[in-house]
Design a protein around this ligand. Structure first.
Ligand code: SAM
Length: 252
């Protein structure tokens, strides 16, 4: 137990020390993301999202570290999905598809779907295969590219879903994009009154200072609860997830 926690910490530090590459490419630079895919398809039960998530968590705790939302913060996302019961969902930052599997497995409304943006093409391929293995391909569209450069994809998706806005948005990409991409969503009327906005990594260490400030200073727009936890697979690293309800200004 202690040894596996140490090895996860070592793999976290290895990724953190390679931060420049991680931030540029979205991968740790040592092939761990592809190794995760191979492990999932050979180990997890096909068509079983829970088995896929369990295998990803166990692998992260015993072999490597991954920036999945993970099993400490995952239940916060789960509860938020329960609360908003969304039909039309957006994710910013797919990575290997952990949270996409978690979200899609909770979409119970008929015709409900998740649109997920990922800038790294290899991550897109890995995520698509993991989502396929979980049996959730029909519920998830992974779009390759940066959200702010592929806004039309989001607009087309809303049109296809016959919806004016997203019922739920999960923000989990690079921290310097939280505020600008949230504002893009707002300015393009992609959030409706009562839409849920869930943001990962809002804790004291890696939290995006500008978005934390925005949430704090706009309570009339984002009615927010913060849920404290620890960062993925690192019990010693404090982190939190915020869950906000978006409010349109009331007309006088
Ligand atoms: C923390 S990981 C996402 C983890 C994932 N949500 C999960 O819990 O399984 C962040 C991901 O966002 C991607 N990313 C960063 N900036 C992005 C952007 N502007 N648009 C799309 N993807 C982005 C990175 O390549 C990386 O794979």
């Amino acid at each position: 137990m202690a040894f596996t926690a140490l090895s996860t910490t070592f793999m976290f530090l290895k990724a953190a020390m390679n931060k420049k590459e991680l931030l540029t490419t979205g991968q740790a630079g040592d092939g761990r993301e592809k190794a995760l895919l191979d492990h999932v398809v050979t180990t997890a039960a096909k068509g079983n999202p829970l088995s896929v998530l369990n295998v990803m968590d166990t692998y992260a705790k015993t072999s490597s570290w991954f920036m999945n939302i993970g099993d400490d913060k995952g239940p916060i996302l789960d509860k938020a999905l329960d609360k908003y019961n969304p039909r039309v969902v957006l994710e910013l930052g797919t990575f290997c598809g952990y949270s996409a599997v978690m979200i899609a497995s909770q979409l119970h409304n008929e015709g409900s779907k998740l649109l997920s943006f990922e800038m790294n093409p290899d991550n897109c391929n890995i995520a698509r295969q993991i989502i396929e293995h979980a049996g959730l391909s029909s519920k998830v569209i992974v779009v390759e590219g940066k959200f702010n450069e592929r806004l039309d994809e989001a607009k087309n998706f809303l049109e296809e879903m016959n919806s004016r806005h997203f019922d739920f948005v999960f923000i989990d990409h690079w921290k310097d994009r939280y505020t600008p991409d949230y504002l893009l969503l707002k300015e393009n009327a992609m959030l409706g009154n009562g839409s849920g906005v869930c943001a990962d990594n809002m804790g004291p260490i890696m939290g995006p200072a500008d978005f934390k400030k925005y949430v704090k200073t706009h309570p009339e727009e984002l009615e927010t609860s913060e849920f404290k936890s620890s960062a993925e697979y690192l019990w010693w690293f404090p982190d939190s997830v915020t869950v906000s309800t978006f409010k349109l200004p009331t007309k006088l």
